[in-house]
Design a protein around this ligand. Sequence first.
Ligand code: ZN
Length: 132
Amino acid sequence: MPRRPSLDSLQASLRRLRLEEKQQILDWLAQEIKAEIELAESSMIVNTTITSSNAAIVEQQHYEGKTYQLEKRRCGKIECICMNGEISEVGHGPYWYAYWRESGRLKNIYVGKRAPWGTTNRKRQLTQASNS
Ligand SMILES: [Zn+2]
């Protein structure tokens, strides 16, 4: 078991600090807590989307504060081939979707076939487009 100081001994040590040192600890602790909550929220985003019955996640990336998911989705049209079978096989795509939180609300947008970060696939597609 890793050595972990008890709360009592920590408090005793902290009590011996000077006022501005206590203030520094307070600021640091506030940042630690904020970071931990943000981390928990970003994993909540993942859980929310994974349980969606209309999407199959192919790949997941974190980029510039957002969660990007490469998903195959059902379009919802009754006649469409995507409505019968496993989403991972018959779903449309895969396409990238971005997820993030704004004032506590989960938001998402359609990104498209290309991820916002550069890939070698992109170069290949551009070359093909200019040849045709
Ligand atoms: Zn469809």
